[in-house]
Design a protein around this ligand. Structure first.
Ligand SMILES: [Zn+2]
Length: 241
């Protein structure tokens, strides 16, 4: 199992690591330790590079989880590093930080919509600085969307703290807020649950990367909304400086 620093410290940009295994078919590398987020929960995987201690560098175009391991996809056309090679694994920080801002903005959106309208989330997706969320939100309208945008930016101005915790399964399942975010869909075998709390607003079970304070997000603009049926509605956002 590879140690995943992004899980406990979203601000870790690089780490020393050793190549444990290579997969020529997938053109991928397994490290003993990494800062690469492997994608999931609507957040895309990181890109970046591996820099060899004794020369050479490899472009990492993505990362994927296989069981508990994180595999780094190496750009086609370059030879894979050797097993046991010492490298520095480094993510494209600017892109990742934009994803952290966007991801946290989506938490604000979902927290505000739940607090003010009791509408729950059914899904979401993001790219750096743009994202969308789907809600079970029958009463959503154009006027409401403007109001929601205003409330989300108020939460940014409040500069709320964001806390990461890793809880035993039983403890996490006893928190009512987590049950609404479909924690019950988590696989049976999981013994620990990672939670992301926007203090005073929102608490979710989540594996992604987030900023430490909401003020770091910048501004959020609602760029569109769509009806996906009588109940299901989609809200699109953009994050700016
Ligand atoms: Zn999240």
């Amino acid at each position: 199992m590879s140690e995943n620093l992004s899980y406990t410290d979203a601000y870790a940009r690089e780490t020393e690591a050793t190549v444990v295994e290579t997969d020529p078919d997938a053109h991928a590398v397994l490290l003993d330790r990494t800062v690469f987020y492997p994608g999931g929960g609507g957040q895309p995987a990181d890109s970046g590079q591996l820099i060899g201690d004794s020369g050479g560098s490899w472009r990492v175009t993505g990362a994927k989880k296989r069981d508990d391991d994180i595999w780094h996809t190496i750009e086609e056309g370059s030879e894979l590093p050797a097993v046991d090679a010492k490298v520095t694994a480094e993510i494209d920080w600017e892109r990742r930080h934009r994803l952290m801002r966007t991801h946290t903005a989506l938490h604000l959106l979902c927290g505000v919509v739940w607090r003010d309208h009791a509408a729950s989330v059914t899904g979401g997706n993001m790219e750096p600085l743009t994202g969308r969320m789907d809600f079970e939100f029958e009463t959503m309208s154009g006027e409401l969307v403007g109001e929601i945008e205003k409330r989300v930016n108020e939460e940014i101005d409040a500069d709320r703290e964001i806390r990461v915790a890793i809880l035993p399964r039983e403890e996490a399942f006893a928190i009512p807020d987590l049950i609404r975010t479909k924690i019950n869909l988590l696989p049976e075998g999981i013994s620990q649950v990672r939670t992301i709390e926007i203090v005073g607003l929102d608490l979710q079970a989540d594996g992604g990367t987030h900023v430490a304070h909401t003020g770091e997000i910048g501004r959020v603009k609602v760029t569109g909304y769509e009806s996906k049926g009588r109940i299901n509605k989609r809200i699109r956002i953009e994050v700016t400086d």
